[in-house]
Write a protein that binds this ligand. Structure first.
Ligand code: 3PG
Length: 308
């Protein structure tokens, strides 16, 4: 019997991307099953029960999901961040977890620039705004997305610098960006700070009052990474204390209503995480995920494993 491959996306891929994935699996002799827009996690538990592999996006793969997937060997997160997967439980159950790094980076970077312009132009309200040209952009983490944001920022005529303690100086040089060695210096010297760190136990709530209080007068924080990395209560507090600061985020904080009530003209939140929500990003990440699943199920090849 053909191995079942589940494509489980609460937030579906663009139709063309999903159809190409289905075709790839069929041509490889696998049996694709699609579960989209599910609202009850029980639907995922039922759908995974006889799957050998699964493609997901931000879908939560908990211990329960892994236990329900009795035949499950591989989970591929079509995207970069895998904070939605219980990687330790997967390891316990000998389930490989992979991601598709870089495949949706351009889409996220473009949204980042869009949010910067939206903030600079007073949320398109008709009020006079400012320009990005000549402003200083600080990129917090110079990974696949941060590098594209840096390059787009330079194309806009911004002065770009970055903080990334995990990289050698040569990477900063290759990207033609200034290297900032202390995170506080990034926040204190830039007009726009764009965050591109993953959500990990170390980074959750790490963007806190102490760091935000260092921000330059009139600066804006752009978050197209994860809501969890921001200390939301402390963000609310600093925005009360500093009426000059602005915040734009791809996905609203939990206490979005309080932010909207108090600072509507200097915040912006997307209604749903949409950084990677383009046909191109869905095609790149979806097809890469499908290729990785076929490579594993047909040839035993493990690519981009994140839970070794
Ligand atoms: C990622 O980590 O790749 C992005 O946040 C995209 O997430 P999504 O696939 O849920 O849109």
């Amino acid at each position: 019997m053909a191995d079942k491959v589940l494509i489980a996306t609460e937030k579906p891929f663009a139709e063309s991307a999903r159809n190409q994935m289905v075709k790839m699996f069929q041509e490889a002799g696998l049996q694709p099953v699609v579960l989209e827009k599910y609202t009850d996690p029980k639907d995922l538990l039922a759908a995974v029960s006889d799957a050998s592999a699964m493609v997901i996006r931000s879908d939560k793969v908990t211990r329960d999901v892994l236990e329900a997937g009795k035949n499950l060997k591989l989970v591929v997160r079509a995207g970069a961040g895998y904070d939605n997967v219980d990687c330790a439980s997967a390891k316990d159950r000998k389930v490989i977890v992979e991601n598709t790094p870089g495949q949706n980076a351009n889409a996220v970077a473009e949204l980042t620039m869009g949010m910067m312009i939206m903030i600079a132009r007073a949320k398109y309200s008709g009020k006079s705004g400012t320009e990005l040209k000549g402003k200083k952009l600080g990129v917090h983490a110079l990974g696949n997305i941060g590098k594209i944001v840096a390059s787009l920022g330079r194309a806009f005529g911004m002065e770009v610098c970055a903080f990334d303690p995990f990289l050698d100086q040569c990477i900063f040089d290759d990207c033609c960006v200034g290297c900032i060695t202390k995170i506080e210096d990034l926040y204190s010297s830039c007009d726009y700070v764009s965050v591109h760190i993953p959500a990990t136990p170390e980074t959750v709530k790490s963007i806190n009052y102490a760091l935000l209080s260092k921000m330059k007068k009139g600066a804006a924080l752009i978050n197209t990474a994860r809501a969890e990395i921001i200390h939301e209560e402390e963000l609310l507090k600093i925005m009360e204390d500093r009426p000059d600061l602005k915040y734009a985020s791809d996905i609203a904080p939990k206490n979005a209503a309080a932010f909207m009530e108090k600072f509507a003209d200097r915040i912006f939140f997307t209604p749903k995480k949409m950084g990677a929500q383009t046909a191109e990003a869905n095609t790149n990440a979806g097809l890469a995920a499908a290729q990785q699943i076929i490579a594993y199920l047909k040839e035993g090849k493990v690519l981009n494993q994140v839970n070794p």
